[in-house]
Design a protein around this ligand. Structure first.
Ligand code: GLN
Length: 188
């Protein structure tokens, strides 16, 4: 399973390490040439700073091919800023890929709660360690979108077709169950 991780900004190295540990051939995509050579089976959109990622994904020429791959149904695993980039609506901002029917609020947990860890049930996996870092909140969910993670009662992860998007950072845990489950879905 070849997993492409746009490496423009943010937690791409952590995602590559996580998916390698989960058994994939995960690699950086820095520019159009990397993407064209990649023959990717799946895409991981890492956390980071979505405003910076927006600029760099455009300036590297990666926007159109990634948008097209997502539209064609490539499996996507998006975390935090990655989920923001996928959302159909971003409060107060223009959408970026707009491919996932959710509305999201950047930094929705506010300053008091910028970073915290908790445990979630995610996609049927219990007791998964969830680290939130200036995480967004999911404020609305489209009818074809399934909530697959809740933390303290709030929806923090969704699935639609072969897209998984989480508000938090699973790759900062050593718990490979989620990565393996995503890879199984992507292979099937
Ligand atoms: N606060 C960031 C943003 O709005 C997301 C944070 C993260 O990816 N951990 O882009």
């Amino acid at each position: 399973m070849r997993v492409a991780v746009p490496a423009v900004q943010g937690a791409f190295a952590e995602q590559i390490a996580y998916f390698k540990a989960a058994g994939a051939d995960a690699f950086e995509v820095r520019n159009l040439r990397d993407w064209e050579n990649a023959r990717a089976d799946a895409l991981v959109l890492p956390g980071g700073e979505s405003t910076v990622q927006r600029k760099l994904i455009r300036s590297t020429g990666l926007f159109e091919p990634l948008e097209e791959a997502i539209a064609r149904g490539m499996p996507v695993f998006a975390t935090c800023a990655g989920a923001i980039l996928l959302a159909r609506k971003i409060e107060g901002e223009e959408p970026f890929f707009g491919a996932l029917d959710i509305e999201i609020r950047r930094n929705g947990y506010g300053r008091q709660n910028e970073s915290f860890s908790t445990s979630c049930t995610v996609w049927g996996i219990d007791d998964f360690p969830a680290t939130f870092i200036r995480a967004p909140t999911i404020s609305a969910i489209g009818k074809d979108v399934e909530v697959v993670a809740r933390c303290n009662g709030m929806p923090t992860g969704v699935k639609c077709a072969r897209i998984i998007a989480l508000a938090w950072h699973p790759e900062l845990s050593r718990d490979l169950r989620l990565g393996r489950k995503f890879l199984e879905m992507a292979a099937g």
